[in-house]
Design a protein around this ligand. Sequence first.
Ligand code: GLV
Length: 308
Amino acid sequence: MSVLYRSDAPRAAAWAAYFAEHAPDLDFRVWPDAGDLSEVEYLIAWQAPGEFLAALPRLKVLFSSGAGVDHIDFSAVPPHVPVVRMVEPGIIDGMVEYVTFAVLALHRDAFDYVAAQSKGTWAQSEVWPASTRTIGVMGLGVLGRAVLERLATFGFRLRGWNRSRRTLPGVESFAGAEELPVFLRGCDLLICLLPLTDQTQGILNANLFGALRPGAAVINVGRGGHLVQADLLAALDSGQLSRAVLDVTDPEPLPSGHRLWTHPRVFLTPHIASMTQPDTAAPVLLENIRRSQRGEPLSDVIDRSQGY
Ligand code: GLV
């Protein structure tokens, strides 16, 4: 019974140690030391190229080592092999932390004060209570819901938008393309936590920015492909948007010299908002392997027809 880990190398040792201790019956291998590929039944991977998958005739389950699965070419994964996304406490907590940090920094004008300090300027801005700000979260999956739950503790006015209707306590809920304009209208701060699919590619565009309250801010922790960068820069330059916090870009890494690097109202981080944490992820993944071995339904299997 072989498990192959073909992902983030620095964290491979922690994964291997967990499996050695808790599942000694499983032969846990770390790429490139993969042995005979025809023995591999479970694959944990970020990238899974077609020619590599073709060399795994006994593959039973493909586990994405991250929350997103947009990097996986489903046409290369045999139809009987379920694809499981990473849903684990560590990745959820990391995302909640990052988004809370970005929301509070924007809400309390932290980026303006960093700029003011660098110029030695003592200039107070109005301090607005959280209850005066409307925050909209696009994407009400596990991450979006956890983010909303934490933001609620500060007293912000909250809205959520999802492809299909999701009702959450204390959150005004909007669903589908028809309700998107109403959702956007009046948002001071918009957070993108959508999966990247054909439907959501380029969703953060001039039309959407134009529907937000003038001077709104945007946080993108989804994928670079959600954002039309030229539209963002135009909206920042015209003042329609006040600021953007971006953890993802397209391409990654962002090429040197790109305007997003130096735009004074863009705060950029290199796709670190949240990461799979081996200590909390390995038990979740092992439980799914055990379910597969027992012939039980797996958790967090993605729907290929939806792309997430
Ligand atoms: C990171 O972006 C992930 O999908 O986990």
